[in-house]
Design a protein around this ligand. Structure first.
Ligand code: SER
Length: 319
């Protein structure tokens, strides 16, 4: 029987991943932890505890006490926020990972998921159809920490048998929990503003193409990777995952199909330079071949669901 710990369960990915894992493995076998309070839905569906992953002893104790077999460690400072506090962000992101790797080594929680990102690539990487193996010279603190983390994950797999698994997420688009402090956040904010006020000021310029993915696809594929027979996995650093690539203008045009009065303006800030250093599109055939990566949402389907769900959410709040 699997017993799963999700670290960072109150965040954008965690708040949806926990619910999905609980459906599969049973509510009481999926432990949600964070330093922030969870959503109501998450709190009411199974165990939640405040746990700071930066405290190694507490983490190890938790794994042993609850007989944990798998860990998803989603705790991180995202790209935009990391540039404001570079040394702290490096410290938090690396320590959170290293504690989990060491605790996995010392306990029965040998299977570990840790998210990497398109941020591992940099300005010298080929920008279109970026392959799995290529030049990697990230120039953001977040990207440097993700690339270093991938290397450590692979090292712990080879050296200590920790069953480390990872994907390089594109920007993730969700309506349940919003991201905070990322460069791809515009693609979530734009939907909330479209519903609330029919206009949005983008902090990225109109033609900045970035790879993105709808949360349902991200969650489904993450669990799929974790359920794959280990012998099939040829990549123990992190798998490229392409999703769908589009620009702020293309997304705005799609929103206008549903909301003809929607207006977008552009005022690029410091995150533009981060976006410019990342790939515009990604190549992910190795993930498709090794563990069957597949997605169901294109920009049209995603836009429709995002607008419908946010309408519902905002209307429910009013009454
Ligand atoms: N979406 C993240 C960010 O923008 C990248 O992994 O920081």
């Amino acid at each position: 029987m699997e017993r799963i710990l999700v670290i960072g369960s109150s965040g954008q990915i965690g708040s949806e991943l926990v619910l999905e894992l609980r459906k599969i493995y049973g509510n009481n076998n999926v432990f949600a932890t964070d330093i922030k309070n969870p959503t109501e839905e998450l709190k009411n569906s199974g165990p939640f505890q405040i746990l700071d992953v930066l405290n190694y002893q507490n983490l190890l104790h938790f794994l042993v006490r609850h007989n944990i077999t798998q860990v998803y460690n989603l705790a991180a400072v995202l790209s935009g926020n990391a540039e404001k506090i570079p040394l702290q962000a490096w410290d938090i992101n690396m320590k959170a990972l290293m504690n989990t790797l060491m605790a996995a080594r010392k306990s029965d929680a040998k299977k570990l998921f840790w998210p990497s990102s398109i941020a591992v690539f940099g300005p010298t990487t080929p920008r279109q159809n970026t392959p799995q193996l290529t030049v990697m010279e990230p120039n953001t603190v977040y990207g440097i920490s993700k690339l270093a983390g991938e290397r450590w994950g692979e090292y712990f797999f080879n050296r200590y048998g920790v069953d480390f698994r990872s994907v390089r997420y594109p920007g993730l688009i969700s309506y349940k929990t919003e991201p905070g402090g990322g460069t791809t956040d515009y693609a979530v904010e734009i939907f909330f503003d479209a519903v609330k006020k029919e206009c949005y000021q983008s902090f990225l310029s109109e033609n900045t193409a970035l790879p993105m993915m709808f949360m349902d696809d991200a969650i489904k594929n993450t669990i799929k990777l974790m359920e794959t027979d280990p012998s099939k996995l040829s990549v123990r650093s992190s798998y490229n995952m392409a999703g769908i690539s589009f620009t702020p203008k293309e997304l705005a045009d799609e929103i206008k199909i549903h909301k003809p009065n929607f207006k977008i303006s552009y005022k690029p800030d410091f995150r533009q330079a981060i976006a410019d250093s990342w790939p515009a599109s990604i190549e992910d055939s190795i993930a498709q071949k090794d563990w069957g990566l597949e997605t169901a949402f294109d920009i049209k389907k995603m836009t429709k669901v995002m607008l419908e769900e946010i309408e519902k959410k905002i209307n429910n709040r009013k009454y």
